[in-house]
Design a protein around this ligand. Structure first.
Ligand code: DGY
Length: 329
């Protein structure tokens, strides 16, 4: 029996790629940059499976160009690049890669929190530019973490992992904003669910972990930054469009907030001339939160398992739209 035809939009770690190659007739896009849109539309035309990245837009147009498509397996926990409702209506299964990147992403949020709070990147630039002349009593003064208040926006797996580190490591108090109460955060971390305005006003550190959708897009705008403390450190490891970037730049530039650490931007990458990359107090990383060996291998394995399950009519290991049910292709 011929193997099902699939398109994989980038080279992923071998742990997953081997499984995909063993079970499928797989074409793997070999370039560093994503396949251009017209190429992607052509490639999926005869495919039963697509292993996509967060940089590939998987929308109704693409699904209609792929009449045999049974499964879209995203190599990411986030799936805002996929029109899940359009997939469900067409009987296409969608998978993602949760859990395996929780710790790596939480660690990255803390890396950014510390780097921004201590103005590490500015200080490093200063040292590299030979501006370091002596020990300066008033130079490079940052913010402490011990005993401060952390505000988590989106208390899911990653938000909880960040809060746990901050609570255990620095004895921080934890506030969170979420559509539902997290009993485990309340019980184990003494966390308190509050409305967004209270979180913005009371937190010394704010870390974003919400899904990106129409309710959260642009939620961190000038009005939100004005509600924060002037000492606040803002961290985003979720998705760039949560933030109105020009408002964030202005907020840091004018001292409305103290600093920001971003692993995600809008767009990605930013234009090299974007002031986001040159404003003192803003630390930017190129969307690397899940970039550890363990995480990326785990993501590759789940993505491969999801793809194979979707092709063979089995339940996906991490299934975004199980409600597709008997309608699945
Ligand atoms: C995700 O998985 O959604 C991250 O943004 C990349 O690993």
């Amino acid at each position: 029996m011929p193997k099902p035809k699939v398109f994989v939009t980038r080279i992923i770690p071998g742990a997953g790629l081997m499984k995909v190659r063993a079970g499928c007739d797989a074409e793997i896009w070999p370039e560093q940059l994503p396949p251009p849109r017209e190429v992607l539309l052509k490639k999926v035309a005869t495919c039963e499976g697509l292993l996509s990245l967060l940089t590939d837009r998987v929308d109704a147009e693409l699904m209609d160009a792929a009449p045999k498509l049974k499964v879209v397996s995203n190599f990411a926990v986030g799936f805002n690049n996929i029109d899940v409702a359009a997939a469900t209506v067409r009987g296409i299964c969608v998978g993602n890669t949760p859990d395996v990147l929780t710790d790596a992403t939480a660690d990255m949020a803390l890396t950014l929190m510390l780097a921004a709070a201590r103005r590490l990147v500015d200080a490093n630039r200063y040292a590299l530019a030979a501006q370091w002349k002596t020990w300066e009593p008033l130079g490079h003064v940052g913010q402490d973490l011990v005993g401060k208040t952390l505000g988590i926006v989106g208390m899911g797996r990653i938000g909880f992992a960040v809060a746990k580190r901050c609570r255990g490591g620095w004895g921080m108090s934890v506030l969170y904003h979420d559509v539902r109460t997290s009993e485990i955060a309340d019980r184990e971390l003494g966390a308190r669910r509050v409305d967004l305005d209270a979180l913005l006003a009371q937190s010394d550190f704010i870390s974003v972990h919400a899904n990106l959708d129409d309710t959260t897009r642009g939620m961190f705008n000038a009005a939100a930054f004005r509600k924060m403390k002037p000492t606040c450190v803002f961290v985003n490891t979720a998705r760039g469009p949560h933030v109105v970037q020009r408002d964030l730049i202005e907020a840091v530039r004018t001292g409305t907030i103290f600093a920001a650490g971003l692993d995600v931007t809008d767009p990605e990458p930013p234009n090299p001339a974007d002031p986001l990359l040159s404003t003192p107090g803003i630390v930017v990383a190129p969307h690397i939160a899940s970039a550890t060996v363990t995480s990326r291998n785990g993501m590759a394995q789940i993505a491969a398992d999801n793809l194979l399950a979707g092709l063979s009519g089995k339940p996906l290991r991490a299934w975004v739209n199980p409600e597709v049910g008997p309608r699945r292709r």
